[in-house]
Design a protein around this ligand. Sequence first.
Ligand code: PMP
Length: 443
Amino acid sequence: YLRHHDGYAPIFSDFESLWRRRLYQRISDCFQRPITGVAGAYVTLLDRVSNDFNRTFKLTGTKTRTLNLASYNYLGFAQSTGPCADSVEQSIEQFGVGNASPCADLGTTQLLRETESTVARFLGTEGALVVSMGFATNSTTLPALVSKGCLLISDELNHASLVTGSRLSGATIRVFRHNDTSHLESVLRDAISQGQPRTHRPWKKILVVVEGLYSMEGQFCDLPGIVALKEKYKFYLFVDEAHSIGAVGPRGRGVCDWFGVDPRKVDIHMGTFTKSFGSTGGYISGKKELIDFLRLNNHSTMYGESTSVPVLQQIASSVRIIMGEDGTNDGQRRLETLAFNGMYFAKRLREMGYLTLGSDGSPVAPMLLMNPAKIPAFSRECLKRGISVVVVCYPATPIITSRVRFCLSASHTKEDLDYALEQIDTIGNLLMLKLGSGSGNQH
Ligand code: PMP
């Protein structure tokens, strides 16, 4: 693949694409398995897809009903029945599926504004902006906020959408070691003329960008530590809560709720509706002036399709349920079940002798497989036993820390989890994954 043609390199000639093409050819059956229904607590999928790289894409194989540990359906709202479904169905009848217009043209609806104010109320901020895609929320908001002459400091494991937005912004980018607040401080001190904390400026602005919960690691950011640095060094703070909003904290309000940090200490709250809320899209929330500014300066809201009404309806209904505004304690019950499931699953994996990553209370439990060859084996053995999981390796993680991630949901019962744990242990023994099992995985 890396051979040059006619004296110049083929367009796909770097290591990453080489790895991807070779890897995916061999283990493509472990990714993008076609699903044949709603990805709820259980999901039915086809076990095989013949994908001859752009020549044919045929859906084949047998239908298998699996316990779904592979979706970010944290609160169990991704269902075709249940408390949100009726209102979504009604809104399709009334408004159709798409608006065929960006907000700035004809695409603004009453429900969009109402949803934005519900989201702001939920987050405890002055205002919110809803964008039709989570990835675009990051990749177009960062360039609206910082540009040449600004400094953007990014956690080394930030999501691709944050990396894309950071690069597009034209700001100078510095990266700090993952979740290492003292390294962040040293990057700040270096950047701010030899340790004079309050005289920041060669930079127009300094923006620190982190995630609330790193989903590949199942780990919370050190929010209290970063907020303390913010008070000392006076930078702006952007927190992507894609995996923490609606999933953690006693009221489901993300990492501020989890750590008991006043949400006003975070300048830019970002999150997605694709996970806990069972919908699509993203949001930015913060001070009113910030939101007014972004409404006119964020390219996805100005030039991209506005969020469709059924999607908004799903967001608005699920947020209200989490806040208890539906008059039931359904939201609270979901949050408590998810918290129990996350703690229970990770604790049992550790007790069984597996090497797990992550913070207690995370709804994602990563378990190290180390050797990339064990990825397809683990995934296929799970499928044989009726379980879907997410396996990850390079380029999403370093090659030698290849892993499987178990995504927990409030819709899983304890029996579901016990079944999965029992099967994982059988597979773990088969693949010699346990600490001290002679697999080369000892640490
Ligand atoms: N930020 C983070 C941290 C994410 O993990 C993701 C997607 N998994 C996104 C942003 C993009 O969100 P979406 O999938 O809703 O476009």
